[in-house]
Design a protein around this ligand. Structure first.
Ligand SMILES: *[C@@H]1O[C@H](CO)[C@@H](O)[C@H](O)[C@H]1NC(C)=O
Length: 343
């Protein structure tokens, strides 16, 4: 009996003595001993599916837990949208912290997705407060070293927090019929078919409106209907819209002079001009903009093989060779408002 007390006293002195001398040495000693003792791999975790309530506790709770132990539990909520709540039993006691830091025996709560430590607890002053997972999982890690196991250890009751149903955010949408002419005009201009426009204006009865639109009531018919005598309405509005799109501000065929484009006044090229894609067409449908310009938004360099004629410096007449010239092609264009740039 006396002998075992003496032994405990000696180990106690070693424990605190070495940490006072050199914390680095102490750490190293700890880890090397752990390796020798073959403490469980800390990555080896027990996965628990949480559908209701349950508990996780240190071995032998509420009696003294064993030394040299690492235990990891990963709690996974059965419902992905649920959160897990951890409540510590009032009876709580692990080896005391040193300098306010839990270094030896402790229980840690971790966020599994990024390994962030939500809390590390030890000592025996007060049981830790309630913890709640960030996502649908949470990890509990218990570590004890080779000295001073305490009692009672810890016991954590886990439970599912009720699923939070995100309240659908009701966007503040002004119904089209209440919008100003400017706002409505801009919204409507974005659609490419009559159907889309009607759906936007009357989500509930747009089909009826479409039918009404094409009903040949003679007194509202335009001249185009009388002339074209189509069975269903006058003009194909969708086609008109598409035509405008095709011919306003798009990459189109342009001829460029190679001498001018390449600034090579010493050379003659054949062909003299090449066909390139450049942004062209107007931007008449720009909204609330006085100076709207058709501007390239995607440019590519393409190589073209041409005949190059050049007088040699040595005066040996005309050199003729094939050469590659790089020309810019505009692949995408869009109407950009330059009001600010001017102002
Ligand atoms: C541009 O030129 C190419 C090559 O000759 C031709 O295939 C294409 O149809 C032309 N595009 C337009 C919009 O005229």
């Amino acid at each position: 009996m006396i002998l075992s007390f003496l032994l405990l006293f000696i180990t106690a002195v070693q424990h605190h003595g070495s940490s006072a001398e050199s914390s680095h040495g102490n750490k190293f000693q700890h880890s090397s001993m752990k390796e020798q003792n073959g403490v469980q791999d800390s990555q080896h975790e027990k996965v628990l599916t949480v559908a209701g309530e349950g508990t996780v506790h240190s071995p032998n709770f509420p009696r003294t837990y064993p030394r040299n132990t690492v235990l990891v539990w990963r709690l996974v909520a059965a419902n992905e949208n649920a959160r897990i709540q951890l409540t510590f039993d009032e009876r709580f006691g692990l080896e005391d912290p040193e300098d306010g830091i839990c270094k030896y025996d402790f229980v840690e709560i971790e966020e599994p997705s990024d390994g962030a430590i939500l809390g590390r607890f030890c000592g025996s002053q007060a049981a830790p407060g309630t913890q709640v997972s960030k996502g649908s999982q949470i990890r509990i890690r218990f570590t004890s070293d080779e000295y001073f196991p305490a009692e009672p250890g810890f016991c954590i009751r886990y439970s599912l927090l009720p699923v939070k149903v995100p309240e659908p955010e009701i966007p503040v949408v002004v119904p089209p019929s209440l919008q100003s002419v400017d706002v409505l005009s801009e919204a409507v201009s974005g659609f490419s078919t009559v159907e889309e426009v009607m759906k936007y204006l009357e989500p509930d009865r747009w089909k009826l409106d479409m039918e009404d639109l094409y009903k040949p009531t003679w007194h509202v018919l335009g001249k185009s209907f009388i002339h074209s005598k189509k069975s269903r309405g006058g003009t194909d509005l969708n086609l008109l819209k598409e035509e405008v799109r095709l011919y306003s501000c798009t990459p189109r065929n342009f001829s460029v002079s190679l001498r001018e484009e390449l600034k090579r006044t010493d050379s003659i090229f054949w062909p003299t001009c090449l066909l390139v894609k450049r942004c062209g067409g107007n931007c008449g449908c720009c909204h609330r903009c006085y100076n709207c310009q058709c501007t390239p938004t995607k440019v590519a360099k393409k190589y073209h093989e041409v005949l190059l004629l050049r007088y040699s410096r040595a005066g040996r007449g005309l050199q003729k060779s094939l050469t590659d010239v790089a020309l810019e092609h505009h692949e995408e264009c869009s109407c950009v408002c330059k009001d600010d740039a001017d102002g």
